[in-house]
Design a protein around this ligand. Structure first.
Ligand code: FES
Ligand code: FES
Length: 177
């Protein structure tokens, strides 16, 4: 059957078996191999994508079921070719990835959180990635990366006047201007 999918803002078409998973369709038919196949039965989160902004395991749904939804894969997060999003950059900076197998799913789970919550607590972050397994056990750096990205995104989104006020040098004593 023919499926028409909205992936990373583009309409993509593929001819697939009705039982073909969204994960396999993304990887094999659309050459979007950033979504990884781990357990392939809904446990590890390596295949996580965003469906209308919500994290979903692409190994657990058929491509045909994704018709009509906005799909975001890890390939869709970078602002431009050769660039990284703030969140991706934070993962690099804090060494939030080791082998990198879980990383796309982790980043997309974190992306969904940061779109909802601008100042997530550590518990919020741990909860958001609790469905994603890192076999390299780098959870400490992953949490650190998400905290760093949240902080940077808050700074970027801060109104210019408050940003200036925070960064303004203190007035010298006696200066009443
Ligand atoms: S590959 Fe989908 S949850 Fe593991
Ligand atoms: S970085 Fe290796 S599985 Fe997470």
């Amino acid at each position: 059957m023919k499926v028409s999918l909205n992936v990373n803002g583009r309409t993509r078409e593929a001819e697939v078996e009705p039982r073909k998973t969204l994960l396999d369709t993304l990887r094999e038919d659309l050459s979007l191999v950033g979504s990884h196949a781990g357990c392939e039965h809904g446990v590890c989160g390596a295949c996580t994508i965003l469906l209308d902004g919500e994290p979903v395991r692409s190994c657990l749904m058929f491509a045909a079921q994704a018709d009509g939804y906005a799909i975001t894969t890890i390939e869709g997060l970078a602002p431009a070719p050769g660039e990284l999003s703030v969140l991706q950059d934070a993962f690099c900076e804090t060494h939030g990835m080791q082998c990198g197998y879980c990383t796309p799913g982790m980043i997309l789970a974190a992306q969904a959180l940061l779109q909802r919550v601008t100042e997530p607590s550590r518990e919020d972050i741990v909860d958001a990635i609790s469905g994603n397994i890192c076999r390299c056990t780098g959870y400490g750096q992953i949490v650190e990366a998400i905290e760093l990205a949240a902080e940077r995104l808050r700074q970027v989104n801060m109104p210019r006047s408050s940003a200036n006020a925070d960064n303004a040098p203190a007035a010298p004593h006696g200066d009443r201007s």
